[in-house]
Design a protein around this ligand. Structure first.
Ligand SMILES: Cc1ncc(COP(=O)(O)O)c(C=O)c1O
Length: 392
Protein backbone atom coordinates (compact mmCIF):
# COMPACT_ATOMS: atom_id res chain seq x y z
CA UNK A 1 0.00 0.00 0.00
CA UNK A 2 1.51 3.28 -1.08
CA UNK A 3 -0.18 5.06 1.79
CA UNK A 4 1.89 3.00 4.22
CA UNK A 5 5.65 2.57 4.28
CA UNK A 6 6.74 -1.00 3.42
CA UNK A 7 9.56 -0.77 5.90
CA UNK A 8 8.87 0.97 9.21
CA UNK A 9 11.17 3.84 9.98
CA UNK A 10 12.34 2.15 13.19
CA UNK A 11 14.33 -0.42 11.20
CA UNK A 12 16.31 2.41 9.65
CA UNK A 13 18.99 4.57 11.22
CA UNK A 14 16.91 7.60 10.15
CA UNK A 15 15.83 10.13 12.77
CA UNK A 16 12.07 9.55 13.26
CA UNK A 17 11.33 13.23 13.85
CA UNK A 18 12.76 14.21 10.44
CA UNK A 19 10.72 13.87 7.21
CA UNK A 20 13.04 12.03 4.81
CA UNK A 21 12.18 12.80 1.20
CA UNK A 22 15.75 12.87 -0.10
CA UNK A 23 17.03 9.33 -0.24
CA UNK A 24 18.59 10.25 -3.58
CA UNK A 25 21.31 12.56 -2.31
CA UNK A 26 22.88 10.67 0.57
CA UNK A 27 20.97 7.41 0.94
CA UNK A 28 20.05 5.91 4.27
CA UNK A 29 20.75 2.54 5.92
CA UNK A 30 18.91 -0.23 7.68
CA UNK A 31 20.27 -0.64 11.21
CA UNK A 32 21.07 -4.30 10.47
CA UNK A 33 23.38 -3.27 7.60
CA UNK A 34 25.18 -0.72 9.75
CA UNK A 35 25.71 -3.51 12.30
CA UNK A 36 27.40 -5.62 9.61
CA UNK A 37 29.69 -2.70 8.71
CA UNK A 38 30.45 -2.04 12.38
CA UNK A 39 31.37 -5.70 12.86
CA UNK A 40 33.74 -5.51 9.87
CA UNK A 41 35.35 -2.38 11.26
CA UNK A 42 35.75 -4.05 14.66
CA UNK A 43 37.55 -6.96 13.02
CA UNK A 44 39.88 -4.55 11.18
CA UNK A 45 40.71 -2.72 14.39
CA UNK A 46 41.08 -5.91 16.48
CA UNK A 47 44.01 -7.19 14.44
CA UNK A 48 44.82 -4.70 11.66
CA UNK A 49 47.81 -6.53 10.28
CA UNK A 50 46.08 -9.90 10.21
CA UNK A 51 43.05 -8.35 8.56
CA UNK A 52 44.86 -6.44 5.83
CA UNK A 53 47.52 -9.06 5.10
CA UNK A 54 45.48 -12.24 5.35
CA UNK A 55 41.79 -11.39 4.95
CA UNK A 56 41.15 -8.10 3.18
CA UNK A 57 41.66 -9.04 -0.48
CA UNK A 58 39.58 -12.21 -0.22
CA UNK A 59 36.74 -10.38 1.53
CA UNK A 60 36.87 -7.48 -0.90
CA UNK A 61 36.76 -9.90 -3.85
CA UNK A 62 33.71 -11.58 -2.32
CA UNK A 63 31.91 -8.24 -1.88
CA UNK A 64 32.89 -7.22 -5.42
CA UNK A 65 31.50 -10.48 -6.85
CA UNK A 66 28.15 -9.96 -5.08
CA UNK A 67 27.87 -6.38 -6.32
CA UNK A 68 28.94 -7.32 -9.86
CA UNK A 69 26.23 -9.99 -9.98
CA UNK A 70 23.63 -7.47 -8.79
CA UNK A 71 24.48 -4.74 -11.31
CA UNK A 72 25.30 -7.05 -14.23
CA UNK A 73 28.99 -6.16 -14.35
CA UNK A 74 32.00 -8.42 -14.83
CA UNK A 75 33.80 -8.59 -11.47
CA UNK A 76 37.13 -8.86 -13.30
CA UNK A 77 36.46 -5.40 -14.74
CA UNK A 78 35.04 -3.65 -11.72
CA UNK A 79 36.50 -2.06 -8.59
CA UNK A 80 35.10 -0.37 -5.52
CA UNK A 81 35.71 3.37 -5.27
CA UNK A 82 34.68 5.65 -2.38
CA UNK A 83 32.14 7.57 -4.48
CA UNK A 84 30.82 8.11 -7.98
CA UNK A 85 32.69 11.41 -8.10
CA UNK A 86 35.94 9.47 -7.61
CA UNK A 87 34.93 6.90 -10.21
CA UNK A 88 34.30 9.66 -12.75
CA UNK A 89 37.70 11.16 -11.91
CA UNK A 90 39.47 7.85 -12.55
CA UNK A 91 37.68 7.41 -15.88
CA UNK A 92 38.53 10.96 -16.99
CA UNK A 93 42.13 10.43 -15.87
CA UNK A 94 42.17 7.39 -18.18
CA UNK A 95 40.64 9.18 -21.19
CA UNK A 96 42.82 10.42 -24.03
CA UNK A 97 41.97 14.08 -24.56
CA UNK A 98 44.09 16.50 -26.60
CA UNK A 99 43.92 20.09 -27.84
CA UNK A 100 40.98 20.68 -30.17
CA UNK A 101 39.03 17.62 -28.97
CA UNK A 102 35.37 17.90 -28.05
CA UNK A 103 33.81 16.40 -24.92
CA UNK A 104 30.06 15.99 -25.08
CA UNK A 105 27.67 16.09 -22.14
CA UNK A 106 24.18 17.39 -21.33
CA UNK A 107 22.83 20.46 -19.57
CA UNK A 108 21.58 18.25 -16.69
CA UNK A 109 25.03 16.78 -15.90
CA UNK A 110 25.92 16.54 -12.19
CA UNK A 111 27.69 19.79 -11.31
CA UNK A 112 30.75 18.23 -9.62
CA UNK A 113 31.40 16.11 -12.71
CA UNK A 114 30.94 19.12 -15.01
CA UNK A 115 33.65 20.85 -12.95
CA UNK A 116 35.91 17.85 -13.60
CA UNK A 117 35.23 18.11 -17.33
CA UNK A 118 35.94 21.84 -17.26
CA UNK A 119 39.27 21.32 -15.51
CA UNK A 120 40.26 18.59 -17.96
CA UNK A 121 39.19 20.66 -20.96
CA UNK A 122 41.09 23.72 -19.74
CA UNK A 123 44.26 21.74 -19.05
CA UNK A 124 44.22 20.01 -22.45
CA UNK A 125 42.80 22.76 -24.64
CA UNK A 126 39.64 20.76 -25.36
CA UNK A 127 36.08 22.08 -25.75
CA UNK A 128 32.96 20.98 -23.89
CA UNK A 129 29.82 20.62 -26.01
CA UNK A 130 26.69 20.76 -23.88
CA UNK A 131 23.53 19.28 -25.36
CA UNK A 132 20.51 21.06 -23.91
CA UNK A 133 17.75 18.99 -22.34
CA UNK A 134 14.58 21.05 -22.51
CA UNK A 135 11.74 20.57 -20.02
CA UNK A 136 9.31 18.86 -20.23
CA UNK A 137 11.71 16.07 -21.15
CA UNK A 138 11.22 14.30 -24.45
CA UNK A 139 13.60 11.29 -24.76
CA UNK A 140 13.35 11.06 -28.58
CA UNK A 141 14.35 14.72 -28.88
CA UNK A 142 17.41 14.12 -26.71
CA UNK A 143 18.54 11.19 -28.87
CA UNK A 144 18.22 13.39 -31.98
CA UNK A 145 20.06 16.34 -30.35
CA UNK A 146 22.92 14.16 -29.14
CA UNK A 147 23.27 12.53 -32.57
CA UNK A 148 23.38 16.00 -34.16
CA UNK A 149 26.04 17.24 -31.71
CA UNK A 150 28.59 14.50 -32.47
CA UNK A 151 31.36 15.74 -34.76
CA UNK A 152 34.61 14.25 -36.10
CA UNK A 153 36.30 15.97 -33.13
CA UNK A 154 34.16 14.30 -30.43
CA UNK A 155 36.50 12.22 -28.28
CA UNK A 156 34.49 11.57 -25.14
CA UNK A 157 30.91 11.64 -23.83
CA UNK A 158 29.75 11.90 -20.23
CA UNK A 159 26.12 10.85 -19.84
CA UNK A 160 24.19 10.67 -16.59
CA UNK A 161 22.02 7.56 -16.34
CA UNK A 162 19.61 9.39 -14.01
CA UNK A 163 20.05 13.14 -13.80
CA UNK A 164 20.55 14.64 -10.36
CA UNK A 165 18.76 18.03 -10.56
CA UNK A 166 15.78 16.83 -12.58
CA UNK A 167 15.55 13.07 -11.78
CA UNK A 168 15.29 12.12 -15.46
CA UNK A 169 16.12 8.66 -16.66
CA UNK A 170 18.10 9.29 -19.85
CA UNK A 171 17.75 6.77 -22.70
CA UNK A 172 21.39 5.70 -22.50
CA UNK A 173 20.58 2.37 -24.19
CA UNK A 174 19.96 4.47 -27.31
CA UNK A 175 22.66 7.08 -26.68
CA UNK A 176 25.68 4.83 -26.05
CA UNK A 177 25.51 3.15 -29.50
CA UNK A 178 25.69 6.60 -31.17
CA UNK A 179 29.19 6.90 -29.73
CA UNK A 180 30.39 3.31 -29.77
CA UNK A 181 29.53 3.07 -33.49
CA UNK A 182 32.17 5.79 -33.99
CA UNK A 183 34.67 4.37 -31.46
CA UNK A 184 34.09 7.35 -29.14
CA UNK A 185 34.55 6.42 -25.46
CA UNK A 186 31.44 6.89 -23.27
CA UNK A 187 31.47 7.43 -19.53
CA UNK A 188 28.10 6.79 -17.87
CA UNK A 189 27.54 8.35 -14.48
CA UNK A 190 25.08 5.96 -12.93
CA UNK A 191 25.37 7.33 -9.38
CA UNK A 192 21.62 6.92 -8.88
CA UNK A 193 20.99 3.77 -10.90
CA UNK A 194 21.83 0.75 -8.68
CA UNK A 195 18.72 -0.02 -6.67
CA UNK A 196 16.63 2.64 -8.43
CA UNK A 197 16.20 0.96 -11.83
CA UNK A 198 17.03 -2.41 -13.30
CA UNK A 199 20.69 -2.38 -14.28
CA UNK A 200 22.80 -4.54 -16.59
CA UNK A 201 26.13 -2.76 -16.87
CA UNK A 202 27.70 -5.19 -19.32
CA UNK A 203 24.74 -5.05 -21.71
CA UNK A 204 24.84 -1.25 -21.82
CA UNK A 205 28.34 -1.41 -23.29
CA UNK A 206 29.74 1.87 -21.93
CA UNK A 207 33.50 2.33 -21.84
CA UNK A 208 33.27 3.16 -18.13
CA UNK A 209 30.26 2.90 -15.85
CA UNK A 210 30.22 4.50 -12.42
CA UNK A 211 27.67 3.83 -9.69
CA UNK A 212 26.95 4.23 -5.99
CA UNK A 213 25.91 1.63 -3.45
CA UNK A 214 25.38 4.28 -0.77
CA UNK A 215 22.31 5.70 -2.48
CA UNK A 216 19.47 3.35 -3.49
CA UNK A 217 21.17 0.09 -2.45
CA UNK A 218 21.28 1.50 1.08
CA UNK A 219 24.87 0.44 1.77
CA UNK A 220 26.96 2.58 4.15
CA UNK A 221 28.67 5.70 2.77
CA UNK A 222 31.90 5.41 0.74
CA UNK A 223 30.77 2.46 -1.37
CA UNK A 224 30.80 3.33 -5.06
CA UNK A 225 32.09 1.35 -8.02
CA UNK A 226 33.76 1.79 -11.37
CA UNK A 227 33.31 -0.79 -14.14
CA UNK A 228 35.21 -0.67 -17.43
CA UNK A 229 35.01 -2.38 -20.81
CA UNK A 230 37.53 -4.97 -21.95
CA UNK A 231 38.90 -2.44 -24.44
CA UNK A 232 39.45 0.15 -21.69
CA UNK A 233 41.34 -2.18 -19.32
CA UNK A 234 44.81 -1.55 -20.72
CA UNK A 235 44.55 2.23 -20.41
CA UNK A 236 42.86 2.41 -16.99
CA UNK A 237 44.91 4.73 -14.77
CA UNK A 238 44.38 5.00 -11.01
CA UNK A 239 44.35 8.48 -9.50
CA UNK A 240 46.68 7.34 -6.74
CA UNK A 241 49.87 5.45 -7.56
CA UNK A 242 50.34 2.88 -4.85
CA UNK A 243 51.74 -0.64 -4.32
CA UNK A 244 49.81 -1.94 -7.32
CA UNK A 245 52.25 -0.16 -9.61
CA UNK A 246 54.63 -3.05 -8.85
CA UNK A 247 53.91 -6.30 -10.68
CA UNK A 248 55.15 -8.08 -7.56
CA UNK A 249 52.17 -6.80 -5.55
CA UNK A 250 48.67 -8.09 -5.22
CA UNK A 251 46.30 -10.12 -7.37
CA UNK A 252 47.00 -11.18 -10.96
CA UNK A 253 44.31 -8.76 -12.20
CA UNK A 254 46.43 -5.60 -12.57
CA UNK A 255 43.45 -3.22 -12.52
CA UNK A 256 42.34 -4.73 -9.21
CA UNK A 257 45.91 -4.46 -7.91
CA UNK A 258 46.07 -0.79 -8.86
CA UNK A 259 42.55 0.31 -7.85
CA UNK A 260 41.74 -1.78 -4.77
CA UNK A 261 44.52 -0.37 -2.62
CA UNK A 262 45.30 3.34 -2.78
CA UNK A 263 46.59 3.41 0.81
CA UNK A 264 45.20 2.42 4.19
CA UNK A 265 41.45 2.94 4.36
CA UNK A 266 38.30 1.72 6.09
CA UNK A 267 36.80 -1.04 3.91
CA UNK A 268 33.78 -1.67 6.17
CA UNK A 269 31.23 0.09 3.94
CA UNK A 270 32.32 -1.88 0.87
CA UNK A 271 32.33 -5.15 2.79
CA UNK A 272 28.74 -4.47 3.92
CA UNK A 273 27.44 -4.10 0.33
CA UNK A 274 26.40 -7.79 -0.03
CA UNK A 275 24.46 -7.49 3.25
CA UNK A 276 22.74 -4.34 2.00
CA UNK A 277 21.66 -6.15 -1.18
CA UNK A 278 20.21 -9.13 0.71
CA UNK A 279 18.79 -7.22 3.70
CA UNK A 280 16.97 -4.79 1.42
CA UNK A 281 15.60 -7.62 -0.74
CA UNK A 282 14.27 -9.22 2.42
CA UNK A 283 12.82 -5.92 3.63
CA UNK A 284 10.99 -5.11 0.40
CA UNK A 285 9.94 -8.54 -0.92
CA UNK A 286 12.75 -8.80 -3.49
CA UNK A 287 14.43 -6.15 -5.63
CA UNK A 288 11.95 -6.28 -8.55
CA UNK A 289 9.15 -5.53 -6.07
CA UNK A 290 11.19 -2.71 -4.48
CA UNK A 291 11.85 -1.04 -7.85
CA UNK A 292 8.21 -1.35 -8.92
CA UNK A 293 6.80 -0.08 -5.62
CA UNK A 294 9.20 2.83 -5.36
CA UNK A 295 8.60 3.84 -9.00
CA UNK A 296 4.83 3.83 -8.40
CA UNK A 297 5.32 5.85 -5.22
CA UNK A 298 7.52 8.44 -6.99
CA UNK A 299 4.74 8.96 -9.56
CA UNK A 300 2.15 9.21 -6.79
CA UNK A 301 4.23 11.74 -4.85
CA UNK A 302 4.66 13.79 -8.02
CA UNK A 303 0.97 13.67 -8.91
CA UNK A 304 -0.18 14.59 -5.42
CA UNK A 305 2.25 17.50 -5.32
CA UNK A 306 1.26 18.61 -8.84
CA UNK A 307 -2.36 18.59 -7.63
CA UNK A 308 -4.08 18.53 -10.99
CA UNK A 309 -1.74 20.98 -12.69
CA UNK A 310 0.43 20.02 -15.64
CA UNK A 311 3.56 20.20 -13.50
CA UNK A 312 5.05 17.04 -15.02
CA UNK A 313 8.60 17.24 -16.29
CA UNK A 314 8.84 13.82 -17.93
CA UNK A 315 6.85 10.85 -19.19
CA UNK A 316 6.36 8.18 -16.49
CA UNK A 317 8.81 5.77 -18.14
CA UNK A 318 11.57 8.41 -17.87
CA UNK A 319 11.22 8.52 -14.10
CA UNK A 320 12.77 6.04 -11.68
CA UNK A 321 12.12 6.44 -7.98
CA UNK A 322 12.59 10.22 -7.77
CA UNK A 323 10.60 13.06 -9.29
CA UNK A 324 11.21 16.79 -9.66
CA UNK A 325 8.30 19.25 -9.59
CA UNK A 326 8.48 22.91 -10.67
CA UNK A 327 7.73 25.43 -7.92
CA UNK A 328 7.42 29.20 -7.60
CA UNK A 329 9.15 30.86 -4.64
CA UNK A 330 7.85 33.85 -2.70
CA UNK A 331 9.65 37.17 -3.21
CA UNK A 332 12.91 37.38 -1.27
CA UNK A 333 13.39 33.57 -1.11
CA UNK A 334 15.82 31.62 -3.25
CA UNK A 335 16.26 27.86 -3.63
CA UNK A 336 19.11 27.68 -1.15
CA UNK A 337 17.34 29.65 1.58
CA UNK A 338 14.15 27.59 1.15
CA UNK A 339 16.12 24.33 1.38
CA UNK A 340 17.80 25.55 4.58
CA UNK A 341 14.49 26.71 6.06
CA UNK A 342 13.10 23.22 5.43
CA UNK A 343 16.20 21.53 6.88
CA UNK A 344 16.16 23.44 10.14
CA UNK A 345 12.52 22.55 10.62
CA UNK A 346 13.13 18.82 10.07
CA UNK A 347 12.48 18.39 6.35
CA UNK A 348 15.11 16.70 4.19
CA UNK A 349 14.07 17.61 0.66
CA UNK A 350 16.30 19.22 -1.99
CA UNK A 351 15.29 22.48 -3.67
CA UNK A 352 17.03 22.74 -7.02
CA UNK A 353 18.03 26.06 -8.53
CA UNK A 354 17.42 25.02 -12.13
CA UNK A 355 17.74 27.36 -15.14
CA UNK A 356 14.10 26.57 -16.04
CA UNK A 357 13.03 27.72 -12.55
CA UNK A 358 13.21 26.21 -9.06
CA UNK A 359 12.31 22.56 -8.54
CA UNK A 360 11.53 20.43 -5.53
CA UNK A 361 12.84 16.86 -5.86
CA UNK A 362 11.27 14.00 -3.94
CA UNK A 363 12.60 10.47 -3.45
CA UNK A 364 10.63 7.31 -2.82
CA UNK A 365 12.14 4.44 -0.83
CA UNK A 366 10.67 1.74 1.37
CA UNK A 367 10.20 3.98 4.40
CA UNK A 368 8.31 6.65 2.39
CA UNK A 369 4.58 6.77 1.72
CA UNK A 370 2.22 8.84 -0.43
CA UNK A 371 0.84 10.87 2.48
CA UNK A 372 4.22 12.60 2.72
CA UNK A 373 3.39 14.46 -0.50
CA UNK A 374 0.35 16.01 1.18
CA UNK A 375 2.43 16.93 4.22
CA UNK A 376 5.10 18.47 1.98
CA UNK A 377 2.50 20.36 -0.05
CA UNK A 378 1.15 21.85 3.20
CA UNK A 379 4.63 22.70 4.43
CA UNK A 380 5.52 24.40 1.15
CA UNK A 381 2.26 26.35 1.17
CA UNK A 382 3.00 27.54 4.70
CA UNK A 383 6.30 28.93 3.39
CA UNK A 384 4.58 30.75 0.53
CA UNK A 385 5.75 28.27 -2.14
CA UNK A 386 3.44 27.34 -5.03
CA UNK A 387 3.55 24.47 -7.51
CA UNK A 388 4.22 25.88 -10.99
CA UNK A 389 1.78 24.32 -13.42
CA UNK A 390 -0.85 25.16 -15.98
CA UNK A 391 -2.63 27.51 -13.58
CA UNK A 392 0.24 29.98 -13.87
C1 LIG B 1 24.54 12.05 -11.27
C2 LIG B 1 25.38 12.08 -10.03
N1 LIG B 1 26.70 11.88 -10.13
C3 LIG B 1 27.51 11.89 -9.06
C4 LIG B 1 27.00 12.08 -7.80
C5 LIG B 1 27.93 12.13 -6.65
O1 LIG B 1 27.90 10.97 -5.88
P1 LIG B 1 29.00 10.84 -4.77
O2 LIG B 1 28.75 11.93 -3.79
O3 LIG B 1 28.82 9.48 -4.21
O4 LIG B 1 30.32 11.00 -5.43
C6 LIG B 1 25.63 12.29 -7.63
C7 LIG B 1 25.07 12.51 -6.29
O5 LIG B 1 23.92 12.82 -6.09
C8 LIG B 1 24.80 12.29 -8.78
O6 LIG B 1 23.48 12.52 -8.69
Amino acid sequence: MLTEPVSPNARWALDPVVVHLNHGSFGGCLRSVLDVAAAARARVEAAPMRFFVLEWQTELDRARAALAAFVGADAERMAFVPSSTTGVAIALHSATIAAGDEILTTSHVYAACLFQLQRLATERGARIVIVDIALPFEPDELVASVAAAITPRTRLALLDHITSPTALRLPIERLIPLFSARDIPVLVDGAHAPGQIELDVERLGATWYVGNCHKWLCAPKASGFLAWSAAAAATLRPLVTSHGASAAYGPANRQHAELDWSGTYDPSAQLAVPSAITAMAHEGGGWPAILARNHALALELRDRLADGTSARLAPDHAIGTMAAIPIALPAGTDARSLERALLVSGWEVPIVDHPSGPLVRVSAHLYNHAGEADLLAGKLRSLGVRIRGDRD
